[in-house]
Design a protein around this ligand. Structure first.
Ligand SMILES: [Zn+2]
Ligand SMILES: [Zn+2]
Length: 79
């Protein structure tokens, strides 16, 4: 299970083991239908992000990203 702060809910992990040892889970959240998709990105990508954040004088509290999106379905509906 993962807790999403933006959407204020829990989602079941999309991966069987949910160890996330070599990757970091990221969540794409559809702004329209609230559908959530879990993807994973490489630890090195998060390290680069963390570096940028720290250069700005901030510190990541959680490497988990919740990205505000619109899904294919909703995009097609709007078109
Ligand atoms: Zn997971
Ligand atoms: Zn949607």
């Amino acid at each position: 299970m993962h807790k999403l702060n933006l959407a204020n809910k829990f989602v079941a992990c999309s991966y069987i083991t949910c160890t996330h040892e070599y990757d970091i889970p990221q969540f794409l959240i559809c702004n329209e239908c609230q559908r959530v998709k879990e993807i994973s990105i490489k630890v090195s990508t998060i390290k680069a992000l963390k570096h940028n954040v720290e250069e700005a004088g901030f510190h990541l509290l959680s490497p988990q990203l919740e990205i505000n999106c619109i899904c294919d379905q909703c995009l097609n509906k709007a078109a």
